[in-house]
Design a protein around this ligand. Structure first.
Ligand code: G1P
Length: 295
């Protein structure tokens, strides 16, 4: 079933969580990198809350070996709740409740081999079926009152089709991202006439990069199933998305908020400082602590 405006509601989101997290070894030797905390909650919970607050109803984890802790994190913990209640720790009860996934809303599929992001998304094809969906990469966090996915859904309701979150990067870093070939830019919404995965700086069609938030139409699976390898000899999501351009609306959104690449150690530390500063309980103390840091 297609809607010629490509504006059907976004009810499902995919969270690719099968990655190894080698940049954080040894912290991630036995623990999934998605469980690393930014302030008081793990990365995966930040993106879960962003999706939930944007109206997502079904949460699909593309998982792998040694990732069971992620399911546990979102499960009900009756013993812990009893103890917290008995001790009168009502603020903690609320915090723990915040990461309990409503029953029947978490779905898991496994990516058995690390063949690339496009392959990870393809692994969720049966759980998505024939409807548009969101993707949130837990490495990417955006700090803002209104979550990045909520902002994207507003853009989607206006433009329809496929929407990616974008930001400018230094030209020497284009080889780390999916890069846009731009077709019109009003400063917020960007038209897209092409997409290239990790181009060399001298070959990049722009410096506008995709960060890890996507709203896509299900036809992307028609291209993903070809299993074509691209940059880094991996099955790239960007390559299949590029094939939708021309058939369906495709736009970029310069979102509001500060973006952190928590997959890098510097981005991770920077996110912890900024989320700490933004925290109403400890923000002032973090500010004071930073003033007295010896470097
Ligand atoms: C992936 C995508 C890339 C995107 C990036 C955002 O790359 O392939 O297009 O710009 O996420 O974080 P990865 O970071 O997995 O290499």
């Amino acid at each position: 079933m297609t809607d010629k405006n490509f504006k059907r509601p976004i009810r499902k989101a995919i969270f690719p969580v099968a990655g190894l997290g080698t940049r954080f070894l040894p912290a991630t030797k036995a623990m999934p990198k998605e469980m690393l905390p930014i302030n008081d909650r793990p990365l995966i919970q930040h993106v879960y809350e962003e999706a939930r607050d944007a109206g997502i109803e079904e949460f699909i984890f593309v998982t792998g070996r040694q990732k069971e802790m992620l399911e546990e994190h979102f499960d009900h913990q009756p013993e812990l709740m009893e103890i917290l209640k008995a001790r009168g720790k009502h603020d903690m009860v609320a915090k723990v409740q915040d990461c309990q996934m409503p029953e029947g809303k978490l779905f898991l599929t496994r990516q058995a081999q690390p063949l690339g992001l496009g392959h990870a998304i393809w692994c969720a094809r049966r759980l998505i079926g024939d409807e548009p969906f969101a993707i949130l990469l837990p490495d990417d966090l955006v700090l803002h009152e209104k979550g990045c996915l909520s902002q994207m859904i507003e853009a989607y309701n206006e433009h329809g089709g496929n929407v990616v979150a974008v930001k400018d990067v230094p030209r020497e870093e284009t080889n780390k991202y999916g890069i846009l070939d731009i077709d019109g830019d009003d400063g917020k919404h960007v038209g897209i006439k092409g997409l290239v995965e990790k181009p060399k700086p001298e070959e990049a069609p722009s410096t506008l990069s995709i960060i890890g938030r996507y709203i896509l139409q299900p036809e992307v699976f028609d291209h993903l199933k070809a299993f074509e390898k691209g940059a880094g000899n991996e099955i790239q999501l960007t390559d299949s998305m590029a094939k939708l351009i021309g058939d369906q609306p495709f736009s970029g959104l310069r979102f509001d908020g500060q973006h952190f690449d928590c997959g890098s150690r510097l981005g991770f530390i920077s996110a912890n400082v900024s989320y700490g500063l933004a925290d109403k309980n400890i923000g002032n103390d973090v500010r004071e602590m930073l003033k007295t840091q010896k470097v």
